[in-house]
Ligand binder design. Structure first.
Ligand SMILES: *Cc1c(COP(=O)(O)O)cnc(C)c1O
Length: 367
């Protein structure tokens, strides 16, 4: 049996009758950038979050960068984030001229709140927890730390569309939530796309300004900005998919429960833990496995594709060699590097496929 890591084709086929005419409409109207389709998606996304503003942009990396710039983060500042994430979270901090400060992870792969305060200095401006793999970080604890130290909370929700913590949606706890709609994300466009949500009118205005060459009125540039736009084809694809995101997230969550049940009792495998009071949307289903590389190679021979998210934690990347971090600075992230393995996960995954993947994992350890 073949089990791909993700299957975007299956989802497209299930929505073809909605998506094809929507894209054709954009082409017929030649309304490729900005305008009513983008506005309609922004409105729908903000409403589904119960937030006042959605500022769309070109991708999830820009969503973080625009947020930091609109907040006024720059040279001399420090921004705290987590050791295990995609590099967008930290490279955008550097791009503003500020310095990224990494914190080790907890048992759920998220920023460890108990290790944040020792990293706060007079230069710290903001904290960016990442709701990695689709599960909420302990954002309530992080928010409390932000309040105690007068820091801004920004949530990287690139992997956590509509995940909740204590019944509150991730992305709504701080000043802003940033999203990626990269095709493989839970809510994926057919190209690059991103967005910021916020309740803060002034911040929303500054974000929109910066993402659009510093201009809100044609030919009047209040500041210099960048070009970070959502195009209309992505907007209509996202609009069509938004109606299905809840059922897809539910399906992912239930696939994870099935995996956990089928892998239960296997000493060599630690299944992902569910944080209490949270709804985990399983962007990725990540186990910790003994002899990880051999397991991945074996699964490949069985037709099962896997991934590693991420093989090297950010502080140990060549890009951050200048920070001179050692494994003992981030012991948990360091230990996870060689154990984590992402198994196939997407809403259209069937029970037969999940059982086959779990059986294959068991077969490997029986040998
Ligand atoms: C995907 C991702 C991003 C960046 O999104 P792009 O749309 O690819 O720029 C940022 N942070 C995290 C945690 C991500 O997974």
């Amino acid at each position: 049996m073949n089990v791909p890591f993700v299957d975007l084709k299956a989802q497209y086929l299930s929505l073809k009758s909605e998506i094809d005419p929507a894209i054709q409409t954009v082409i017929n109207e030649t309304a490729f950038i900005g305008g009513k389709h983008v506005e309609a998606f922004e409105k729908a996304y903000a409403e589904k979050y119960g937030m006042k503003h959605c500022v769309s942009c070109a991708n999830g990396t820009d969503a973080i960068y625009v947020t930091l710039k609109a907040l006024g983060v720059g040279p001399g500042d420090e921004v705290i984030t987590v050791a295990n994430s995609w590099i967008s979270t930290s490279e955008t901090i550097t791009q503003t001229g500020a310095r990224p400060v990494f914190v080790d992870i907890d048992e759920y792969f998220h920023i460890d709140p108990s290790k944040i305060e020792e990293k706060i200095t007079k230069k710290t401006k903001a904290i960016i927890p990442v709701h990695l793999f689709g599960q909420p970080a302990d954002v309530k604890a992080v928010k409390q730390i932000c309040e105690n130290h007068k820091l801004t909370l920004i949530e990287d929700c690139a992997q956590s569309h509509f995940a909740t913590f204590h019944s509150q949606k991730t992305g709504t706890f701080g000043l802003a939530g940033t999203f990626s709609f990269y095709p493989g994300k839970n809510l994926g466009a057919y190209g690059d796309a991103g967005a910021i949500i916020t309740d803060d009118d002034d911040f929303a205005r500054r974000a929109r300004l910066f993402a659009n060459h510093g201009s809100l009125l044609k030919h009047i540039h209040e500041i210099e900005g960048i070009n970070s736009r959502l195009d209309s084809i992505q907007a209509v694809v996202l609009q069509a998919k938004l109606k299905h995101i809840d059922e897809w997230n539910q399906a992912r969550n239930s696939h994870a429960l099935t995996y956990n049940a089928l892998l239960n009792g296997l000493g060599e495998v630690k299944c992902p833990k569910f944080r209490a009071n949270s709804f985990h949307i399983f962007h990725l289903y990540v186990i910790r496995a003994a002899r990880r590389d051999d397991l991945a190679a074996f699964l490949k021979t069985k037709g099962v594709s896997t991934g590693i998210h991420y093989p090297t934690a950010l502080p140990f990347m060549p890009a951050y060699r200048y920070l001179r971090h050692r494994p003992s600075d981030f012991p948990v992230a360091y230990e996870c590097q060689d154990e984590i393995l992402s198994l196939p996960m997407y809403p259209e995954l069937t029970d037969e496929q999940i059982a086959y993947v779990a059986d294959s994992v068991r077969e490997f350890y029986k040998k």
